[in-house]
Design a protein around this ligand. Structure first.
Ligand SMILES: [Zn+2]
Length: 399
């Protein structure tokens, strides 16, 4: 690109950034159903006795900070580290987390309500409660057994991410060289059973071939619970433009991840270059017993994260907005949502998006980029409600 043209482009995009009336942001937040598809706060609830009702000066999610942003609901992630747990231990750890989410929700009945459907989210909202839902991150937790999948569904889990960063015996992850060429025959059975039950198929973390296999196999729309755009940040677990178009063509929704490493080109390399912090983190991890008291490790890990952030700086909010804008341009306005990854990404989030209380900055940023109020309402949660309904209705039809 030649220089005068580049300058002209910069000038015109700066010009497009109109001043937004704060009253417009406030009005929209009042009206919106704001849903976040991926929050890893569950680990802190289980391991540190984290109380969602208290306002914390660490982590990204609690009730006071959700109230600041008028959050209507979120999916708490049920995640197990398969490098550390055997399959049987993984099932136990999964059940511990489901129990923790249900108990934490029941402990604050004036503030929270467990929800499983789009209607239950709206009912909770009407009653002034924040809806709490569960998403299972990593198909390893079913131990290749459809009975476990059905049991998790009965306990309230409403999406399953087919893999995390390891392959399952039936699906390839994007984090390792392929082993199964996508989904195995059993993997396709898993996807069909999820469609039958009404559990959303989540393709964040999976390999490209697994993505296309899942999309083809599922009889309902599918989601990415926390994935960003690969054409901006070339990370294997981000979505290519063709994936964005394909998931949209089937009625699905891509929920944009806020982690800096998936937003900013080269960020992961800079983070990985901080060898001292990594070595200290590895040593903490290696001392952590599989079961037992892990609570002392949270503060130590957060201290290392803070030192990393001091060295790396935070990327501007504009970069996150770039991903929303790109995803809407490619997939369409009906196919983009929020999948922050709060409490699951080493505290590394853009400037002005450091925790869930900062969602109003996203709303203002989208307005500055020219998005209409109806369009922003879709991104904040309208699209998620639609895809949940579509998955629920596909399951009804299958009965
Ligand atoms: Zn994840």
């Amino acid at each position: 690109m030649n220089k005068p043209f580049l300058l002209l482009l910069l000038a015109s995009s700066a010009f497009a950034q109109t001043k937004v009336d704060p009253a417009r942001v406030a009005r929209l937040l009042e009206r919106a159903t704001i849903l976040d598809l991926h929050d890893d706060t569950t680990q802190m609830i289980v391991d540190e006795g984290y109380n969602l009702a208290e306002k914390h000066d660490f982590g990204q999610v609690d009730i006071p900070r959700m109230r600041t942003s008028h959050v209507s609901g979120l999916f708490l992630s049920i995640w197990t580290d398969t490098d550390r747990f055997t399959p049987i231990q993984t099932i136990r750890r999964t059940l511990e987390q489901i129990d923790a989410v249900r108990r934490e929700t029941a402990r604050h009945p004036a503030e929270l309500a467990l929800a499983k459907t789009a209607d239950e989210i709206l009912t909770a909202k009407k009653r002034g409660r924040i809806a709490i839902l569960m998403g299972l991150e990593g198909g390893a937790a079913i131990d290749s057994d459809l009975a476990m999948l059905r049991t998790y569904f009965d306990l309230g889990v409403r999406y399953m991410t087919l893999t995390h960063t390891n392959h399952t015996p039936w699906a390839d992850t994007s984090s390792k060289p392929p082993e199964h060429n996508g989904l195995t025959d059993f993997g396709k059975q898993v996807v069909r059973e999820m469609s039958r039950l009404g559990m959303m198929v989540d393709i964040s973390h999976v390999s490209d071939k697994t993505f296309y296999d899942a999309l083809e196999t599922s009889s309902a729309p599918i989601i990415a619970s926390h994935s960003s755009c690969r054409s901006i940040a070339n990370v294997p677990r981000n979505m290519t433009d063709d994936m964005l178009r394909s998931i949209a063509a089937k009625g699905g929704v891509v929920h944009i991840n806020f982690y800096e490493g998936f937003l900013e080109p080269g960020f992961n390399d800079r983070e990985n270059a901080l060898k001292d912090e990594q070595a200290r983190q590895d040593s903490i991890d290696s001392q952590t017993p599989n079961f037992g008291d892990r609570s002392r490790n949270g503060p130590a890990v957060r201290k290392i994260n803070a030192e990393r952030i001091a060295k790396l700086g935070r990327i501007p909010l504009a970069r996150l907005l770039d991903h929303f804008e790109h995803a809407v341009k490619i997939a369409g306005i009906d196919h983009v949502g929020l999948g922050s990854d709060f409490d699951g990404a080493d505290d590394m989030f853009p400037q002005d998006m450091e925790d869930i209380s900062k969602i109003p900055n996203l709303v203002r940023g989208l307005m500055e980029r020219g998005f209409s109020d109806p369009d922003i309402l879709k991104i904040l949660g309208g699209n998620t409600l639609r895809v949940m309904r579509a998955v629920e209705q596909a399951a009804q039809r299958a009965k």
